[in-house]
Design a protein around this ligand. Sequence first.
Ligand code: NAP
Length: 271
Amino acid sequence: MSKTIMITGTSSGFGKETAKLFKQKGWNVVATMRSPENGLEFSELDNVLVTRLDVQDPESIQNAVKETIQRFGNIDVLVNNAGFGLMGVFESATPEQIRKQYAVNVFGLMDVTHAVLPQMRQRGSGTIINISSFGGQIGLPLGTLYNSSKFAVEGFSESLSHEVSKLGISVKIIEPGASATNFRNGMEMIKNEIPEYIPIITKFFERYQPTTAHLPKATPEDVAQIIYEAATDGQPQLRYIIGEDARFHIDTKFKNSDPEFIQIMRDRFIN
Ligand code: NAP
């Protein structure tokens, strides 16, 4: 019997590549997206269900889970992939922007997990794979909202992994570095009109990309491959880092003392 994977945010990027890879490997794939008309290339395929799921719309989550159970019987693997980046000065962000970043990246991910857990618990098996970022391990200037939303994903996933470990359910965290998806186009920028922050913004954008320009980046296909590994390796490993840039940033944190780490980050991006 084929296993079934349900993925959020499959209209592009990591979600789309993951849907393609699991389909190739013979899995039943539930490719969910906000606008299922963007998934026409999947809808013709056997054992692929394309259905609407907006992580901000609880009814669409319930319907997608129900439809999946009706079609395939259960969900073996859930990939919480849907997300977007909001970048800019925290003081300049509107309350709506702050709430939307958490509504999608954190509460949306929790709501989908909440909807899928009961049948995993009843069957005594399942894997939940949450797409975080290297930015879920380190804070960057102008990343207060995106980074903290991914820190929340990390804390949630780590705690949940313990809570469900005796129920046959495993939780995995994927931490990609920069990768060529639609992520940058979909990024929302916070408009800043506070002059004191302008030199900080300028310096950060001058330095951010050059810092890791020499390091090879993961492709969306590499990320899909690591998601496949996380889904099938049967290992208790929680975190999967992908891309030399992600490794570089995360090593800065874990290979230095806390004061050294903070000083390196300030020198790298601010001073
Ligand atoms: P992407 O190509 O922009 O894909 C993001 C997906 O999320 C799209 O399918 C988008 O759907 C979907 N989405 C956004 N809001 C949604 C909502 N409310 N409900 C359901 N789906 C929603 O970017 P990506 O790089 O593949 O991003 C996937 C994940 O990887 C995100 O969680 C992101 O934070 C993380 N990540 C990306 C990078 C990178 O550099 N690419 C690095 C680290 C982590 P629509 O088409 O409807 O907008």
